[in-house]
Design a protein around this ligand. Structure first.
Ligand SMILES: Nc1nc2c(c(=O)[nH]1)N[C@H]1C(S)=C(S)[C@@H](COP(=O)(O)OP(=O)(O)OC[C@H]3O[C@@H](n4cnc5c(N)ncnc54)[C@H](O)[C@@H]3O)O[C@H]1N2
Ligand code: MOO
Length: 392
């Protein structure tokens, strides 16, 4: 059995960036990273633009100007101003080539066709120069830039509607177990509602991984092997839950080994999530998470999350870990390091009652996990503890 830190290191080492590309409509490219540099197809702004509502001036040595016309946003005409002439102008409107400053209207007195400005102004004031943000043909955004709402707005302002981005992994989620039935079905004796697929699907969606398919297999060796074979061939990441322990009907480990999946580790000294498997085949990463829902989700956040970040070529790969003061007492049984379901708020953390691997009720109200190392046997109120903040 390996330690938590050894397991994390192995995931970091063995999960590699996906170097596949795809095209996305710009509005759907949030969270992706650019596969290549993007050059600007236009000057931005595309014309000299007024930054204020006011008057565009052809400057001269006098505070009085003659008004000769008006330009509003969207106008396409070109007015010719001589020195001492002005045009009424509005924010976003094209500044005539013959104007060299814009005075905001609050600083202007209007008397019929003559305006008087409060003071002399510098050349080019309140004019956004042509191509100030980026010039046509020049680099707009570098390869690998993450497409945030601001970046999407910027690319859209350049008239770009489609972007080439690094593909996100295609992911298969597989649940195993004869006891599992779907919501809506009768809950016959011995059955439970299947919940790991919705839980992990929503965890993936919240991290903006949408290319996910869900598969369900019974506790049957042949069916497990054949399903795993097809999903491993077709996906970049495979996440299985259940059937990875030592019971007579736990077939996942045997099937993965028959499929020649390279095992990087099986069993981690931790609670929950001891029977965790991680392996790779060709370029596909495979995690077999324990079936117990709270164990599966903990392993997702501690290990699968890292693999996802590595596949996306992100620099920060693990969830943030901070120190906080415990407002609870907790006593650990056994010597496995523990991830404890907890509520973090304002530098304080409450460790919840009900820490078993099956405890969905406590996980449902948690926003953090407290990591309790192997050597610690108890946490007292007031102790400083390590907290993993969940991306929820
Ligand atoms: N003799 C031993 N038994 C067990 C050991 C051990 O070391 N020796 N380890 C225990 C630990 S720790 C865990 S964790 C579990 C993991 O077992 P599996 O990964 O094989 O998972 P299953 O047995 O298939 O299921 C466990 C539990 O979770 C429920 N489950 C499974 N899938 C789902 C799902 N999709 N939705 C909701 N609930 C699910 C399942 O019904 C079981 O209750 O092994 C221990 N045993
Ligand atoms: O490792 Mo299991 O998740 O402790 O019950």
């Amino acid at each position: 059995m390996i330690s938590v830190s050894e397991a994390i290191q192995l995931v970091e080492k063995q999960s590699l960036p996906l170097l596949k590309s795809t095209y996305k409509p710009v509005e759907k490219s949030g969270g992706y990273k650019l596969f290549a540099d993007v050059d600007s197809p236009i000057n931005m702004p595309p014309f000299r633009q007024s930054a204020m509502d006011g008057y565009a001036l052809n400057l001269h040595n006098n505070l009085n100007y003659n008004l000769i016309g008006e330009v509003k946003a969207g106008d396409g005409h070109q007015l010719i101003l001589k020195p001492g002439q002005a045009v009424r102008i509005f924010t976003g409107a094209p500044v005539p080539d013959t104007a060299n400053a814009v005075m905001m209207q609050e600083k202007v007195v209007v008397d019929g066709n003559v305006i008087t400005i409060q003071n002399q102004i510098e050349i080019n004031v309140n004019i956004r120069p042509l191509g100030e943000q980026v010039k046509k043909g020049e680099l707009a955004l570098l390869k690998n830039t993450k497409l945030t709402p601001a970046a999407i707005g910027y690319l859209s302002s350049l008239g770009i509607s489609k972007v080439k981005v690094f593909k996100k992994p295609s992911i298969a989620l597989i649940t195993t177990g004869n006891e599992l039935v779907e919501a809506g079905a009768d809950l016959d004796y011995g059955k439970i509602y299947e919940s790991n697929s919705n839980m992990l699907l929503s965890a993936l969606y919240s991290l903006k991984f949408y290319d996910v398919t869900i598969h369900k297999v019974e506790d049957d060796y042949e069916k497990t092997q054949s399903k795993l074979n097809s999903v491993i061939n077709e996906n970049d990441l495979v996440i299985i839950t259940g059937g990875i322990s030592v019971g007579d009907y736990d077939f996942v480990g045997k099937a993965l080994s028959a499929l020649n999946v390279t095992e990087h580790f099986y069993k981690v000294k931790q609670k929950p999530g001891k029977p965790l498997f991680y392996g790779t085949k060709n370029n596909t990463s495979i995690f077999a998470l324990p079936g117990n829902p709270a164990a599966a989700l903990t392993c997702f956040y501690v290990y699968v999350y890292i693999a996802l970040q590595k596949m996306m070529n992100n620099d920060v790969v693990a969830l943030p870990r901070i120190k906080a003061i415990s407002v609870s007492n907790f006593k650990k049984n056994g010597d496995r390091p523990q991830f404890l379901k907890a509520i973090y708020n304002n530098n304080q953390v409450e460790i919840l009652e009900g820490q078993s691997s099956a405890m969905q009720q406590t996980f449902a109200i948690s926003n953090a996990l407290v990591f309790m190392p192997e050597d610690d046997s108890a946490i007292e109120t007031g102790d400083s503890v390590e907290v993993i903040l969940l991306p929820i």
